[in-house]
Write a protein that binds this ligand. Structure first.
Ligand SMILES: [Zn+2]
Length: 410
């Protein structure tokens, strides 16, 4: 194969991915005006329904504009040998391979974040604002950005530096060391994410004694599940949208409830959401997900190790000196069709787990309470009640609201 051919293959993959995503979005948009299934009638009144329609359409147009902008930017960068240019900048600053990698990715990530900043600003302060979701202030928005960059610099930079170093030391066995590093990091983050990362962005407080705490304790006793760590997070600082999640395992397991969830739902509905989360834990979904993602990581690193030393990757991007960082870029694009497939499979598994967690809540608590909580949550986030089947298959980690309600009513 010639570098020229590989260059066109890379461009072809980028274009194909864009066309496929755009096709899925368009497919989904075609179903915006579908009649609402009878199980879902009454979630919106006429005015709310019209608002939800407008919200869907606005987001659709917005995502089409952003993705087209990103595509044009990426293609221009390829056409004008952007990677070679940034590679040269990094090499002019230092001779140290690890530092070159860090500077190279630092420039690319920072520049693309700055270029897409107007879009994220518009999404938060124009679209979300218009539909009454946004609670974020400009100050929070700016601080979130800065904190995000610092975290990326420290954690992302640290990992990237170690990976580059491993590669220098062990070339062929590189993937094993890389895998080990990511495995340790993933398990660590699973355990301590809520304690170390979340507090940088949000306030978390223990759930106080009261009606809700008693109801949760009673449910815990009934199913024999000890849950001491229930936290309320101030999601309302940024958005009115509500959420709840389970994290960690063993002694580090905890449930986090958004304050918006507590405002929107009745006590039995919150316990039903919690029962669903406990279902995930009891059925070991958290561990299975962790193991699956570790296997996938190992597989990806193994394939990477087969390609990364090939000078064709660098030549295709018009970079003279073969290097780890240029190899990573080219590999990332070549691998993206495979990650599309693994993502598709992971979504299938995830949706199966969601059904199982719903079933747990139904068998151990109350299907009706879960149904009404799901309906309220959908209504309050103006969610799409009639997504296209194809779109759901590729993008939904949860079954649709209709599917979940039908399953709970079975
Ligand atoms: Zn779930």
């Amino acid at each position: 194969m010639t570098p020229q051919l590989l260059f066109y293959i890379l461009i072809g993959i980028i274009l194909a991915k864009f066309l496929f995503d755009t096709f899925l979005d368009a497919q989904n948009a075609k179903h915006f005006n579908d009649p609402i299934p009878k199980e879902l009638k009454g979630i919106y009144n006429t005015e709310e329904y019209e608002k939800s329609q407008a919200y869907k359409k606005e987001n659709y147009t917005f995502s089409l504009i952003t993705s087209t902008f990103s595509l044009v930017l990426t293609l221009l960068f390829f056409m004008f040998d952007g990677f070679a240019y940034v590679d040269e900048i990094a090499r002019n600053i230092t001779d140290n391979t690890i530092l070159i990698t860090l500077i190279f990715f630092g420039i690319i990530l920072f520049a693309s974040d700055i270029l897409t900043l107007p879009f994220s600003y518009y999404k938060t302060f124009v679209i979300e604002e218009k539909f009454g979701f946004n609670k974020s202030t400009l100050k929070t928005f700016i601080f979130d950005k800065i904190k995000g960059w610092l975290l990326l610099l420290i954690i992302g930079g640290g990992i990237l530096a170690l990976l580059t170093w491993f590669y220098q030391l062990t070339t062929t066995n590189f993937w094993l060391y890389a895998w080990g590093l990511i495995a340790v990091f993933t398990v660590f983050m699973n355990l301590f994410y809520s304690k170390l990362i979340v507090p940088i962005f949000n306030k978390q407080t223990s759930l106080e004694e009261g009606e809700l705490k008693t109801a949760i304790d009673n449910f815990g006793k009934k199913v024999g599940f000890k849950l001491d760590n229930i936290f309320i997070i101030d999601g309302s600082k940024r958005s009115t949208k509500a959420n709840a999640y389970f994290s960690g395992f063993g002694s580090q397991k905890r449930v986090t409830l958004y304050d918006t969830l507590i405002n929107d739902l009745e006590t039995d509905e919150i316990v039903a959401v919690l029962a669903h989360e406990i279902g995930h834990y009891t059925k070991k979904h958290i561990i299975y997900n962790l193991i699956l993602s570790l296997i996938l990581t190992g597989f990806t690193f193994y394939i990477l190790s087969l390609f990364i030393g090939n000078q064709l990757l660098s030549q295709a991007l018009k970079v003279e000196i073969t290097s780890f960082h240029i190899g990573l870029i080219a590999f990332g694009i070549l691998y993206s069709p495979i990650s599309e497939i693994t993502g598709f499979l992971m979504n299938i598994i995830s949706r199966k787990f969601e059904y199982e967690a719903d079933e747990y809540a139904k068998n151990n608590y109350n299907a009706a309470a879960l149904i009404s909580s799901l309906k309220k949550l959908s209504k309050n986030s103006l969610s799409n009640l009639t997504p296209s089947n194809l779109y759901v298959k590729f993008h939904y980690s949860h079954p649709t609201l209709l599917e979940r309600i039908l399953n709970l009513k079975k």
